[in-house]
Design a protein around this ligand. Sequence first.
Ligand code: B1M
Length: 212
Amino acid sequence: MADLEGIAENVIRGQAPKVKALVEEAIAENVNAGDILREGLIKGMGVVGEKFKNNEFYVPEVLIAARAMKMGMELVRPLLADAGVEPVGKIALGTVKGDLHDIGKNLVGMMLEGAGFEVVDLGIDVSPEQFISSITEHEVQVIAMSALLTTTMPSMKTTIDAISEAGLRDNVKVLIGGAPVTQKYADEIGADGYARDAASGADQAKVLVGVA
Ligand code: B1M
């Protein structure tokens, strides 16, 4: 019998081959792809996020768990459309212009995927124009910006201002984070949300799209 609990457990333990085997078993038994995603992969990654927030897990454990989750996701993704499962939301994620740091940004992306979001990863050194294109091209609901340098933080404000000037501010929520970024700064520049770590980023994103 399909072991969705086992999938979640093995995501938490970062056992990628075991996750792959259990997901394959569940698919072979015609378990609904949405149930595999929600009750197995997302559930497991949710626990990982909580442990990370509580300092019970550190970056390496999260990366290993995310790799296991991704292995399961690869198998489930093609079946989701057939099962009528929609992502909880669509997000464009990038490190702002002039900034090349991407380790934290990638962790945020993994947590977002683990929470059921479709993530359009724009990469590093992302200009305001690229963020704006993601709104029109991909119809994302959230723009998520990461900055690690005090010198690149202002690009968050420049991007928000550019989104407003393009007349698109009402189309998206803006979420920001990164080591030098604070809630105070988010308030100052008119961002809709701030998160101090990757797991909180996924929590905030759910609030912003109204599924939390
Ligand atoms: Co850079 N660097 N770096 N660096 N680097 C820092 C950030 C720095 C604090 C080091 C220091 O001086 N002590 C300092 C910034 C000082 C400042 O501005 N206050 C610094 C500097 C100065 C520089 C250069 C200018 C150095 C130079 O060339 N003179 C240069 C800049 C290059 C550029 O970006 N233009 C530079 C370059 C680099 C490397 C390329 C060598 C490398 C980056 C490799 C890569 O990312 N692929 C690097 C690294 C690795 C670091 C440190 C050591 C580690 C950063 C990291 O990955 N942390 C860093 C010092 C440090 O933090 N100890 C440093 C781990 C990661 C998991 O944490 O990214 O904070 P973090 O992400 C967290 C949260 O912040 C949050 O969630 C994550 C997980 O919980 N979060 C979000 C992040 N984004 C979020 C978005 C959200 C929500 C939460 O919503 C959208």
